[in-house]
Ligand binder design. Structure first.
Ligand SMILES: Nc1nc2c(ncn2[C@@H]2O[C@H](COP(=O)(O)OP(=O)(O)OP(=O)(O)O)[C@@H](O)[C@H]2O)c(=O)[nH]1
Ligand SMILES: [Mg+2]
Length: 313
């Protein structure tokens, strides 16, 4: 239904490109930054910029870093107009975010086992559906593991994504997530599948027994395949803002996070959280999501992201 609505909204009838959707998605974050730079640089402008960055959830630490870098450039007498300041901010942000751009390469192992974790509702299962399509488009065969054995409809939700993409879903009646994923790894090996995407139940870092449970899931995967999991993806909802930092830390301690997916960048004014992550909890940002459609998750590009924030409308 959403796909249909989106299509009909577009004047040409075609679906907007990824960069258009990214730009539209980031429009609230972008709107905060816009309107600041239309005059000569003064103290007040830098103060407003500080407030704006904090409101976009860039966070205190990263905001301080960006402002220090900007002030240094102003001090060098390089910047005079607001437009130059904006461009300089874009460059500094690009330098900050570039190390996060590390696309996920699944060719090193076969099957390549990806475990997906995150708090409730962050977008794990939806992202798995989108990632399945992404890898299939690269000519890879994909298998899904229904490792969310807590939530009633979770298995069915994953089954729908499996059907949509024409791929098998390994599920069990049992309530043991580790057992399901163990089975899936073995099935993938037997069938010569390229990529396994293992769903897990949502959990909060404060639910220590559930954090221990997901650590066990990880250990059991390693029993099925000693080199696995080859990627541990933490899915973060951009709307949580600064809380993302605590989530990265807690999940990393429990399961060794190797990559991030940041979802729901559409409609949030908190897109700046990516800068906070880059400063304080840097991890490869594998994918970003800007909508519910199957193509609305794409590999992170620092340049695309900065252009979507600061580039021409
Ligand atoms: N707008 C928007 N919605 C998204 C995005 N990613 C996921 N969603 C929506 O977020 C909601 C939750 O997504 P799920 O994939 O079920 O989240 P989950 O992490 O698997 O949730 P639990 O299994 O309950 O922990 C769904 O309505 C998704 O369509 C995104 O990038 N943008
Ligand atoms: Mg789910």
């Amino acid at each position: 239904m959403f796909g249909f609505l989106k299509k009909s909204e577009s004047p040409a009838g075609a679906r907007p490109s990824w960069s258009e959707r990214l730009k539209a998605g980031l429009s609230r974050t972008r709107a905060q930054l816009g309107g600041l730079f239309g005059r000569r640089i003064d103290e007040e402008m830098l103060e407003e910029l500080e407030t704006t960055l904090l409101m976009a959830d860039v966070g205190v630490e990263a905001t301080q870093y960006l402002l220090d870098e900007l002030k240094a450039a102003v001090g060098r007498g390089k910047l005079e107009t607001g437009e130059q300041l904006q461009r300089a901010l874009g460059d500094i942000l690009l330098k900050l975010l570039a190390p996060l751009e590390q696309p996920l390469d699944v060719s090193a192992h076969r099957p390549f086992i990806i475990m997906i974790a995150g708090v409730n509702g962050s977008g794990k299962t939806t992202s798995i559906g989108k990632l399945a399509k992404h890898f299939q488009a690269q000519g890879k065969s994909v298998l899904l593991a229904a490792g969310d054995t807590f939530r009633a409809a979770a298995r069915e939700q994953l089954a729908v994504w499996g059907e949509r993409n024409g791929i098998a879903v390994i599920a069990q009646e049992s309530g043991d997530a580790a057992a399901v994923i163990y089975d899936a790894v073995n099935a993938a090996r037997a069938r010569g599948v390229d990529v396994v995407l293992a769903d897990t139940a949502g959990r909060l870092p404060t639910q220590l027994h559930l954090m221990e449970e997901i650590a066990k899931v990880r250990r059991v995967i390693a029993k099925a395949e000693p080199t696995a999991p080859h990627e541990v993806l933490l899915v973060l909802d951009a709307n949580i803002g600064q809380n993302a930092l605590a989530q990265v830390k807690a999940f990393d301690a429990a399961i060794g996070v190797t990559g991030l997916v940041v979802t729901k960048l559409d409609g949030t004014a908190k897109g700046g959280v990516i800068a906070a992550i880059a400063r304080q909890q840097p991890k490869p940002l594998r994918f970003i999501g800007v909508g519910e459609g199957i193509d609305d998750l794409q590999p992170f590009s620092a340049r695309e992201f900065v252009d979507a924030l600061f580039g021409k409308a």
